[in-house]
Design a protein around this ligand. Structure first.
Ligand code: DLL
Length: 447
């Protein structure tokens, strides 16, 4: 089902007219209410009346994460505190969190875009929904919660973690839809299999996965293990939280952006120049309706491309590709650009490997060293175990050596770089305990 058909299937010329009207309003609004924007516009010699329609967007200044940090915690809010009825925050890797606020209308918009996301994923009113995104300062839990209530789902607000309880609920309550991070879905899938529970016995038909990068290879793995559709949901706290964009389950080919609320651009991260449709660059959003924390041309740091091609589902809103990396998580190893997503995609093409991996970077004698630690499947070891009785142990070690060589070759071909490989026994790579998983350990900064 399409949650808001008139909006989501609006002809593009009408949608652009709506975006232009909202852009004019929000530009005047931030100039009026947020000193930071007034000063920036004045310094650039821009008056809000210069902005006539969405084609004028590139004339506006960017907003960066550091601008939020410089005005920590509430300095970019555009309304008095008594109108802010909710606060969330996202913890960065360093320092203070990024703090965001919502008015009552903002929460209504957020519930709307999350309801659309649930419908995009294939949820229907009356479905039962196990929400395993974390509740708290993180936007995932409460964001999806209100969207699901708005849609009329039966919400189980279980929050993240506690795998035994998640599994009990999956078996006993029999929810139709579940949401969590992709790395946690993997933890769940493996635990189900470990405990001899056949996922086919469960009722859940779709997993709504996001909040961290993942790949199509990982999707195939999860869909096979869990017997579900796995769809991608994207969002960030600064723009609203989850519900900025979501794949349609019909195509699973790019996430429809809620363009009537969030105006997207893709820019060259070096020069700031807008890039043509289809090219990969940094995703930038202008919020068109946010009241408490409106942001103009906010640089997400996420790398992806956008297409405006019509979609089989009938929605007209643009689709963004998977996030292929972040401007700041691009690893530069001996001068070669490497994204963790490339490593994941390459690993999952090798038989007998699992999606449990971690990338470790180090510096030895002034040279970068990259090592990928990846778990070998249980099946590989049990086969080897059985064969041990018939074959000489040396042959088994040879099997592992051959596998290691195959992984090295695959990674070298995918990345254009020599990478060390460490094969781990099942269960030895870090697991998601409910939230986002850290995949890269960079020890170079310390040396
Ligand atoms: O992660 C909001 C969210 C909650 C999205 C639940 C989806 C589901 P933050 O904690 O502010 O907000 O982190 C935002 O996470 O800039 C991306 O780098 C990354 N991210 C979010 N969704 C995806 C995704 C939430 N589907 C940051 N694929 C973003 C890749 C994602 N990266």
């Amino acid at each position: 089902m399409i949650w808001n058909e008139p909006i989501e299937t609006m002809p593009r010329d009408e949608l652009q007219a709506l975006q232009s009207e909202r852009l004019r309003k929000i530009v005047a609004y931030v100039y009026e209410r947020v000193p930071f924007y007034r000063q920036t516009f004045d310094a650039m010699g821009i008056s809000p009346t210069d902005i006539k329609d969405i084609r004028d967007l590139p004339r506006l200044p960017f907003t960066k994460k550091s601008d939020l940090r410089d005005h920590y915690p509430f300095g970019l809010f555009a309304v008095p505190m008594k109108e802010v009825i909710r606060i969330h925050a996202s913890s960065g890797t360093t320092g203070k969190p990024t703090v965001v606020g919502y008015t009552r209308d903002d929460l209504e918009v957020w519930a709307e875009v999350c309801a659309r996301s649930l419908a995009l994923s294939g949820a229907k009113p009356g479905d039962m929904f196990q929400n395993a995104y974390g509740y708290g300062l993180f936007t995932g839990g409460l964001g999806m919660h209100y969207g699901a209530e708005k849609m009329g789902l039966t919400v189980i607000p279980v929050s993240g973690g506690n795998t035994a309880r998640q599994i009990m609920i999956l078996r006993d309550f029999k929810p139709d839809v579940m949401a969590c991070t992709p790395s946690y879905a993997l933890t769940l899938a493996d635990r189900l299999l470990d405990e001899g529970i056949d996922p086919a016995e469960l009722n859940v038909r779709v997993f709504i996965l996001g909040a961290e990068p993942w790949t199509d290879e990982m999707r195939r793995e999860l869909e096979r293990k869990l017997h579900v559709d796995a769809v991608n949901i994207y969002g960030l706290s600064e723009i609203i939280g989850p519900g900025v964009s979501n794949e349609c389950v019909e195509a699973k080919n790019g996430m429809h952006i809620m363009e009537d609320h969030f105006l997207p651009e893709v820019i060259d991260p070096e020069t700031g120049t807008p890039l043509p449709e289809g090219e990969v660059g940094e995703l930038v959003f202008t919020t068109l309706t946010k009241q408490a924390l409106p942001l103009i041309r906010y640089r997400t740091g996420d790398l992806c491309s956008i297409t405006y091609e019509p979609c089989v589902c009938g929605r007209t809103h643009a689709r963004m590709s998977r996030v292929v990396g972040r401007v700041d998580d691009m690893l530069i190893v001996r001068g070669v650009n490497v994204f963790p997503s490339q490593v994941e995609a390459a690993l999952l093409t090798v038989e007998h490997l699992t999606p449990h991996y971690v990338i470790v970077l180090d510096r030895k004698q002034h040279l970068d060293e990259m090592e990928v630690h990846v778990e070998v499947s249980e099946a590989f070891f049990s086969r080897v175990g059985q064969e041990l009785f018939q074959r000489h142990p040396v042959e088994v070690v040879d099997d592992l050596r051959m596998l290691e060589e195959r992984v090295k070759t695959t990674l070298r071909e995918a990345l254009g770089l020599n990478v060390g490989v460490r094969l781990l026994p099942p269960g030895k790579a870090p697991r998601s305990e409910g939230g986002k998983l850290r995949r890269v350990i960079d020890n170079r900064v310390l040396k």
